[in-house]
Design a protein around this ligand. Structure first.
Ligand SMILES: [Zn+2]
Length: 318
């Protein structure tokens, strides 16, 4: 499963090469990859063909493309009322390739783009190819709805959105802001935490409380904040809450700094097993190895069906 930094890598790649491009032709190779588009593949194709890519947005692990009717509308930030949601699932990849390049093995959807930007920064035709081996991912068109902060005021939807519109695809509206979002609201997260005795790690993984923190980053953030994964959420002090979120933010920023610039410009790749994150990890996957703070061997326990890694000394349960 791609984590937030990997999805952000894809977002940046698409942003760098497809903004302002026209979607000239759409081919659905495998209908299963557009099954979430309930009006069917023909409608999916008809609605997309001719649209301009106005922006590439992300919240947590969710990625979507804002569309515009024509270049002028795109320039003025007038977006279509529907967005193209790209769901990466377990194995989804978005590749940008020159049209003449060989077809991918698990190619499911192809968008032929005119006026995209190639590696040299020149206007060029490119294919946006959605490749998915396990077919958990897909694309669909989704109506945009207003997004607000916890006081009900409309605020921009996502991190890194150039247009900064307070609009978000309906299917993403229930997802909380992620720690890299400039409008992330720590007070709102804290108020949700104070309402429950659930173990803090479970809350950290709850996409409706804080999004984008997967299992790896949760373990890393808990280690940095010296918190046991099962500590009841409402028992965290304000300082512990701040430290925990700061830890999650830093570990994701570190991953992004390592992975965010390393991919080939015309090969935007998402792979849940990306090795480049492992170098900076302090606790995840390091069971039996000495804690980098106190040298106590790191422990691994099952929690919510997955492995939790922690230092039994730095992160005591009590
Ligand atoms: Zn330790």
């Amino acid at each position: 499963m791609p984590e937030l930094p990997e999805v952000e890598v894809v977002r940046r790649g698409l942003e760098g090469h497809t903004l302002g491009a026209a979607i000239e032709r759409v081919t659905v190779v495998d209908g299963r990859s557009v099954r979430r588009h309930l009006a069917g593949p023909v409608d999916f194709i008809q609605q997309l063909e001719g649209a301009i890519i106005a922006d590439i947005c992300r919240r947590g692990k969710y990625l979507w493309v804002l569309l515009a009717r024509d270049a002028e509308a795109a320039h003025e930030g007038q977006v279509a009322p529907i967005a193209l949601v790209i769901h990466l699932g377990m194995s989804g990849q978005v590749l940008l390739k020159e049209p003449a390049m060989a077809t991918e093995k698990h190619q499911k959807i192809v968008l032929n783009l005119a006026g995209a930007t190639d590696e040299a920064g020149q206007a060029s035709d490119l294919d946006m190819r959605f490749v998915d081996q396990r077919i958990f991912g897909g694309m669909f068109l989704d109506p945009l709805v207003e997004t607000t902060n916890h006081e009900g005021e409309p605020v921009p939807a996502a991190s890194s959105s150039a247009l900064n519109l307070p609009l978000i695809p309906a299917s993403v509206a229930h997802i909380a802001r992620d720690p890299l979002d400039p409008h992330f609201d720590l007070a709102e997260v804290r108020s949700k935490m104070l309402k429950t005795s659930t173990g803090i790690k479970k809350l950290l993984l709850d996409q409706s409380v804080v999004s984008g923190v997967g299992n790896i980053y949760a373990d890393e953030a808990l280690w940095r904040a010296r918190l046991h994964y099962a500590k009841p959420a409402k028992t965290l002090s304000p300082a512990q809450t701040r430290e925990l979120i700061a830890g999650a933010t830093r570990v994701m920023q570190d991953a992004l700094a390592q992975g965010g610039t390393s991919f080939d410009a015309l090969y935007v790749n998402v792979n849940g097993e990306s090795g480049y994150f492992s170098r900076s990890l302090n606790v995840y996957g390091l069971a039996g190895q000495p804690c980098k703070r106190c040298e106590t061997p790191i422990k691994r326990e099952k929690f919510m069906g997955r492995s939790s890694h922690f230092c039994p000394r730095c992160q005591r349960q009590r």
